[in-house]
Design a protein around this ligand. Structure first.
Ligand code: FES
Length: 73
C-alpha cells in the first residue's frame, strides 16, 4: 500500500499525495484526477475543499514549521 503524505505549503494549501478518497459531508466522493490534490486552508477558495489559487490574492500567510519533539500540545 502506498503512503499518503500531506505537505503544508508555506502560505498555501495542504498538498496531499497518495491513494486517498475525498468526500463531501454526506459521504459523496469527489472525482479527482492526478497523483496529488491541494486542499484549501485559507478559506478563500471558490471550489472548496480544493485550492483554486485564491490564497495568492487574499493575503493568506502561514509559516508553520515542525516544532522540536519535546514540545507538548
Ligand atoms: S489555500 Fe489555496 S485557495 Fe485557499
Amino acid at each position: 500500500m502506498s503512503e499518503v503524505t500531506i505537505k503544508v505549503r508555506q502560505s498555501g494549501p495542504y498538498l496531499v499525495k497518495g491513494p486517498i478518497l475525498v468526500t463531501d459531508c454526506d459521504g459523496n466522493p469527489y472525482t479527482v484526477s492526478g497523483e496529488s490534490i491541494a486542499l484549501c486552508r485559507c478559506g478563500g477558495s471558490k471550489i472548496k475543499p480544493f485550492c483554486d489559487g485564491s490564497h495568492r490574492e487574499n493575503g493568506f500567510t502561514a509559516t508553520e514549521r515542525v516544532v522540536p519533539p519535546n514540545v507538548k500540545f
